[in-house]
Design a protein around this ligand. Structure first.
Ligand code: SF4
Length: 328
């Protein structure tokens, strides 16, 4: 890992307008999917971004890739502000940043052979000169993800879930990206296959010096792969720390609850430890609670929590938390 930022996200906001009415549509509100979020990722680093469904983590990833235009804030990639680029510039940027999706099957065209799926970005970005080079590169990519070159002639339905995810990874790697946003890449897979795919993602990172934003809904998945972890709740970052600090000393009540749901392999320890069960569901981001957005479910909530918004502050070296339990 280099001590140089590859990506800086500054005060990112992504709001979606909500309209009502059949003939005349009227804006009646907005969903604040990502609300004033800032973080950095170093070159070669993996930042795990964790939160329940509806926390805004996938929208944040899509805003970085310019799939969702940010409402406000800046995205800086290799020192250059890439927010609001023109279509042509955005296209060039796609070579630098790629995404691995949660459901590899829906992202692979069922009527195309695997070889054609993987070579598509090579052709679109003119990275090869002829069909022979395409074929060689496709074979190299298939081998890199642990598949046989002969599999290029098969169709997506002929592969298992884990193999399809390997194909998705090969396709993402085709353009030699610097940053890969892994959006829940193993959540749709059997637990027995999850570790294999995570190991592959890790191996490739080392080999190609890649940088990852690894999005997941639970802390068990990001544990081995992340250098640092950022926890999101209802559009806000609530805690950011190194992996070791976050697991050893979680500070935010939401992180503590998420961690208490991660099973420990030692049955004796597992039987004695406290499990924090959060009440209710995550509230709608259209009507987020006042003050601290977590106060409606927080086991440690105090009167001030419903009126004052906590800011993300550094409470220990490189350990940031947004909670009134930690005074400025
Ligand atoms: Fe809980 Fe209050 Fe901290 Fe929010 S600010 S996490 S409600 S203690």
């Amino acid at each position: 890992m280099e001590n140089k930022n590859l990506l800086e996200v500054e005060n990112l906001r992504v709001y979606f307008p909500v309209h009502r009415g059949t003939l005349i549509k009227k804006k009646v509100g907005e969903v604040k999917a990502v609300d004033d979020v800032s973080f950095k990722i170093l070159k070669g680093e993996t930042l795990g971004l964790v939160g329940e469904s509806g926390s805004g983590k996938t929208t944040a990833g899509q805003a970085i890739l310019q799939i969702e235009p940010p409402t406000a804030g800046k995205i800086i990639f290799e020192g250059k502000d890439i927010t609001g680029l023109e279509k042509n510039e955005r296209r060039k940027l796609r070579r630098e940043m790629q995404m691995i999706f949660q459901d590899p099957f829906s992202s692979l065209n069922p009527r195309m052979k695997i070889g054609n799926i993987i070579e598509e970005p090579l052709i679109a970005h003119k990275l090869t000169n002829n069909r022979k080079e395409n074929k060689e590169r496709v074979e190299e990519l298939l081998q890199m993800v642990g598949l046989m070159p002969s599999m290029a002639e098969r169709f997506p339905h002929e592969f298992s879930g884990g193999q399809r995810q390997r194909i998705g990874i090969a396709r993402a790697l085709a353009v030699n990206p610097k940053l890969i946003i892994c959006d829940e890449p193993v959540s749709a897979l059997d637990v027995s296959i999850q570790a294999q795919v995570i190991n592959l993602i890790e191996e490739i990172q080392e080999k190609l010096n890649l940088t990852y934003l690894f999005i997941a809904h639970d802390l068990a998945v990001v544990r081995h792969i992340s250098d640092r972890i950022a926890v999101m709740y209802l559009g806000k970052l609530v805690e950011v720390a190194s992996r070791i600090d976050l697991y050893r000393n979680p500070l935010h009540p939401y992180t503590k609850a998420l961690l208490s749901a991660v099973p420990i392999p030692d049955p004796r320890l597992e039987a004695t430890r406290e499990h924090i069960v959060l009440k209710g569901e995550i509230p709608s981001p259209m009507f987020p609670p006042s003050g601290c957005r977590f106060h409606t479910r927080c086991p440690e909530a105090m009167p001030e929590c419903s009126s004052r918004i906590p800011q993300l502050k550094e409470v220990d070296s490189h350990h940031f938390v947004s909670c009134h339990l930690f005074k400025d």
